[in-house]
Design a protein around this ligand. Structure first.
Ligand code: PEP
Ligand code: MN
Length: 338
C-alpha cells in the first residue's frame, strides 16, 4: 500500500505515519519527492486491511494499493526512475553505464592488463568472476578469494570499481568487503537466501535475469533484494532459452521497454552471454542502446583465445575499442551520457 501524504506535511507527520505503519506490522519505505512524501507500507498482503485506519490521520491524503505483485520494484511505488551510481559508473535516466572485463579472473597480469585497457577505451567498471557458477564440475571454478584480491589490485592500478559474482550466501559478507558491486548470476536468480544476503550487504547489486525466468519472476527476485533495504539494484537482461540454437541464448530486447514500463530500476544488457559468439556482440549492443537500455556488461580479454571460460563470446581489446566508438555515436543521438 502507498500512503500519500498531503503536500504541506511536516517532518513530525511523516514520522507519525512511519511509526503507525510499524505498529501495524508493516515495513515503512518513505520516498520524499519535490512536492510531497509518500510512504510505502510493505508486508504480508493478508493483513493489508489493517492499513485502512491510516486514512483517518489528518496528514494522509489517500491510500493507493500497489497492484503489481512486486512492490518496491514497481513503477506504481516509485514513478521517478532510479539512478544507480557506483563511483564513475552510473546507470539510469540519461546515464549509460559500461562494464567490461573477462569472464573469469585468471591471473594478476590478465586482470590488471584488462582493467587498464578497458578503462582507456571508456569503460567505467571492471567485471571479472572469482567464484564461477559452471555447468560442469570439471570446468575452472574460479580463483575464489585470490580472485577478489586480484580484482582489488586491478582497481588500485586502473581506478575502475569492480563487480563480481557471488554464488553462495556464506561468501557475501567477505566479497562485499572488497567488491564495489555484487553480481547475482542467471543461475541464482531464484536463490532466495542469496538474494536476501546480497540485499543486506550494503553494496549495490547487479541482478541477472535467469535463462527461464519471466519478467514478473525477475522483478519478484529484485523485490527480495530491495525488501532487505538495498536501494541500488541494477537489472540485467542476458538472454533467455528458446528453441533457437544459433545463438547461446536469445536476447530478449522486449524486456527493456517492458521493464521500463513496470519498474523504476535501471536495466542493462549482457550481449556476450546472450550471443555466445563475439561475432554478434556488436549488433546486440547497438540494439540494446536503441531499445533504451541503461548500460551494458561485456566480456573482454587481452587474448580471448587463451580465456579459460567463455572464450568464443569474448572481445579482444581492438574490437572493444571499435564497439565503444559505435556506442558513443549512438549515445549522442539518443542523448545518453557515457
Ligand atoms: C557471467 O556474467 O560471468 C555469467 C556467468 O553470466 P550469467 O549468469 O548471465 O550466465
Ligand atoms: Mn562468462
Amino acid at each position: 500500500m502507498i500512503v500519500v501524504l498531503k503536500p504541506d506535511s511536516k517532518k513530525k507527520d511523516i514520522e507519525l505515519v512511519i511509526k503507525k505503519i510499524h505498529d501495524l506490522g508493516f515495513t515503512p519505505h518513505p520516498i520524499t519527492g519535490i512536492k510531497r512524501t509518500v510512504v510505502g507500507a510493505i508486508g504480508d498482503d493478508r493483513g493489508k486491511y489493517r492499513l485502512e485506519i491510516l486514512q483517518n490521520l489528518p496528514c494522509v491524503e489517500k491510500l493507493v494499493p500497489i497492484l503489481q505483485p512486486y512492490k518496491l520494484a514497481s513503477s506504481e511505488f516509485k514513478k521517478r526512475k532510479s539512478v544507480v551510481r557506483v563511483k564513475e559508473a552510473v546507470f539510469g535516466m540519461r546515464h549509460f553505464g559500461i562494464i567490461a572485463g573477462p569472464c573469469s579472473v585468471e591471473s594478476e597480469r590478465q586482470i590488471i592488463e584488462t582493467a587498464v585497457l578497458v578503462k582507456k577505451s571508456g569503460a567505467k567498471m571492471l567485471r571479472g568472476g572469482a567464484y564461477k557458477p559452471r555447468t560442469s564440475p570439471y570446468s575452472f571454478q574460479g580463483l575464489e578469494k585470490e580472485g577478489i584480491r586480484l580484482l582489488a589490485k586491478a582497481r588500485e592500478v586502473s581506478g575502475l570499481p569492480f563487480v563480481t559474482e557471488v554464488i553462495n550466501p556464506e561468501h557475501v559478507k567477505q566479497v562485499a568487503e572488497e567488491a564495489d558491486m555484487l553480481q547475482i548470476g542467471a543461475r541464482n536468480v531464484q536463490n532466495f537466501s542469496l538474494l536476501k544476503e546480497a540485499g543486506r550487504s550494503g553494496r549495490p547489486v547487479l541482478l541477472k535475469r535467469g535463462m527461464a525466468t519471466t519478467i514478473q519472476e525477475f522483478l519478484m527476485s529484485a523485490e527480495y533484494i530491495l525488501s532487505e533495504g538495498c536501494k541500488n539494484v541494477v537489472l540485467c537482461e542476458r538472454g533467455i532459452r528458446t528453441f533457437e540454437t544459433s545463438t547461446r541464448f536469445t536476447l530478449d530486447i522486449s524486456a527493456i521497454p517492458v521493464i521500463h514500463e513496470r519498474s523504476h530500476l535501471p536495466i542493462i544488457v549482457d550481449p556476450s552471454h546472450a550471443a555466445g559468439s563475439r561475432v554478434y556482440v556488436g549488433s546486440l549492443v547497438k540494439a540494446a542502446v536503441g531499445a533504451g537500455a541503461d548500460g551494458i556488461i561485456v566480456e573482454v580479454h587481452p587474448e580471448p583465445k587463451r580465456a579459460v571460460s567463455d572464450a568464443a563470446q569474448t572481445l579482444d581489446p581492438k574490437a572493444f575499442r571499435a564497439l565503444m566508438k559505435d556506442i558513443q555515436l549512438l549515445a549522442e543521438v539518443l542523448k545518453r551520457s557515457l
